[in-house]
Design a protein around this ligand. Structure first.
Ligand SMILES: Nc1ncnc2c1ncn2[C@@H]1O[C@H](COP(=O)(O)OP(=O)(O)OP(=O)(O)O)[C@@H](O)[C@H]1O
Ligand SMILES: [Mg+2]
Length: 508
């Protein structure tokens, strides 16, 4: 909406005379001339404001209510917005700080509303002002959603449809964009902040909001019903193991076990499906890294928030428009090895970097960690193997498996249950190779008992009765052996005959 108008919207005539001169009101910015220089044969609706006129998005002063609005409201808003754009000097506005710009817009909007005789209550006028400020200074209708801390994901499927994920549940949101052109404009504004462009010729783009939220845009013609924008909101305060325990994602004993695994420098892979809490868990585990260890993190989009002082954060880079300059995860992991890390943390292993991470784990970088997309500890191993094979390493399967067993100590499995609750379902040791098969040993599992009346999963975490895990010696070396055996034995559960349940329900 910034600097362009919705041609389909009704226009109030006669056009108002520009309100009395304001400090930033200069020459009228004609929306017709307000096209994006980048977009050569820009379709009429794809016009957007020049980059320099887009100041950093400002946080609105209060939380905007998210409720359905009438067609009439959108008509009035379009009218006022168009009059505003005709009146205001966007370049001058861009030089003001967010509060001053907001005040400026407020004065002009109030005048336009008065001139046009729009009948509105003070509250409605305030809401209109808020919306218009969001359009001019920020990310338009997305702003109220971006401000909410309880939203994990925002999924915009074209101008008319937006879904949000709140508390693990996906629900429809009432926000909508004036048109696909406005949505495309906002997408463009988001990605241009990281020096990228999204349009018909390069319709797929990954970007990041200034607050660290991860953004993906796929535009028409690839997405058929208008631009699709997906935002994984950056959590300022990532969940801690304390909170995971409170939410029942892990039991107190399981949490102790994880803390020991993190502290005694086991090499860990966190496995799980999309949105199952892998990154959250990885972040939690890094809390047990000692402050004097040198940690290097490699991520596609920096999400981890390590608290230690000695951390180097690396991020991959996609190729530029000419297809050059790409830096892959593998490049980063390989480079890490020359940076004298104590531990390497890979945000998400999804390709041939698996090989380099395993090598790093195997060559003295104990306590390295990564996440991997898979649905069970067993599948995690086969995914790892196929990533290495697909990377073109011409190694026999047995060699790859030997490499896996000698590198990975622990697989932690995160899952979203049917009721959307995130649970840690397995803490599993990679034991060794029997013939051609990698042997796994569950230390800690989650048994599902059933569902309660509200459809919530009922179950319990328990240890499988292994008193001496394979990493016991390592725990002893770090002085954590007693804590380890205590926590495993206290989480044991016996059956009705008093015998330990063992791995009865384990699915790995
Ligand atoms: N145990 C949990 N309980 C409740 N919410 C959780 C839990 N773990 C993670 N979440 C929330 O779920 C969302 C997704 O978490 P996270 O980013 O860690 O998942 P992920 O598996 O890394 O996702 P992706 O596959 O997209 O990388 C976040 O908003 C996070 O705060
Ligand atoms: Mg993740």
């Amino acid at each position: 909406m910034f600097g362009k108008r919705n041609s389909s919207a009704p226009d109030l005539s006669p056009r108002p005379a520009p309100p009395a001169a304001k400090p930033v009101v200069g020459e009228a910015v004609n929306a017709g001339t307000d096209t994006n220089v980048d977009q050569a044969p820009a379709p009429p609706q794809a016009a957007s404001a020049p980059a320099e006129a887009a100041p950093a998005p400002a946080a609105p002063a209060r939380k905007a209510p998210e409720r359905a609005r009438s067609e009439e409201y959108y008509d009035v808003k379009t009218t006022v917005f168009n009059a505003l754009i005709d009146t205001i000097d966007l370049t001058a506005l861009a030089k003001l700080d967010a509060d001053a710009a907001r005040e400026e817009i407020r004065d002009i909007v109030n005048e336009i509303v008065a001139i046009k005789n729009v009948v509105m209550s003070i509250a409605e006028q305030e809401e209109l002002l808020q919306d218009i400020c969001n359009d001019v200074l920020g990310y338009g209708p997305l702003e109220p959603l971006l401000m909410r801390d309880d939203i994990a994901d925002i999924m915009v499927n074209g101008a008319e449809t937006t879904y949000i994920e709140v508390g693990g549940k996906v629900e429809a949101s009432s926000i909508r964009f004036a048109s696909n052109a406005q949505l495309m404009n906002i997408c463009q504004r988001i990605v241009s902040q990281v020096g990228r462009r999204v349009d018909e010729s390069s319709p797929i783009c990954d970007a990041r909001l200034p607050d660290g939220s991860r953004v993906n845009v796929i535009a028409p013609p690839l997405s058929i019903d208008g631009p699709a924008l997906t935002i994984r909101k950056f959590k300022k305060d990532r969940l801690t193991l304390d909170q995971l325990q409170r939410y029942g994602s892990i039991s107190p004993e399981g949490r102790t076990l994880l803390s020991i695994i993190g502290r005694v420098r086991c090499n860990v892979l966190i496995s799980g499906g999309t949105g199952s809490g892998k990154t959250t868990l990885l972040n939690c585990l890094t809390a047990y890294i000692e402050p004097d260890e040198r940690v290097i993190t490699c991520e596609d989009s920096a999400e981890l928030q390590l608290q230690q002082p000695h951390v180097v954060r690396l991020e991959t880079r996609p190729p530029n428009l000419e297809g050059e300059g790409e830096i892959t995860m593998r490049d980063l992991v390989k480079n890490c090895l020359r940076m004298r890390p104590d531990r390497i943390v890979v945000g998400e292993v999804r390709g041939p970097e698996a090989f380099d991470l395993l090598q790093a784990m195997n060559t003295g970088h104990d306590g390295s960690m990564g996440t991997l997309h898979s649905n069970s500890p067993r599948e995690c191993l086969s995914r790892l193997e196929s990533m290495i094979l697909m990377g073109g390493f011409n190694l026999p399967a047995r060699t790859i498996r030997e490499m896996i067993t000698s590198s990975v100590d622990i697989i932690v499995q995160a899952s979203r249950m049917r009721d959307a609750a995130a649970k840690i379902t397995h803490i599993t040791e990679v034991v060794g190779l029997e013939g051609e098969i990698v042997t796994l040993q569950d230390l800690f599992i989650y048994d599902v008992a059933g569902e309660d009346a509200n459809g919530r999963i009922v179950g319990r975490h328990r240890s499988t009765g292994i008193a001496r895990p394979y990493f016991y010696e390592r725990a002893r070396y770090f002085g954590d052996d007693k804590r380890l055996t205590e926590c495993l034995s206290s989480a044991e559960v016996n059956d009705e005959h008093g015998r330990p349940l063992g791995e009865k329900f384990a699915t790995a």
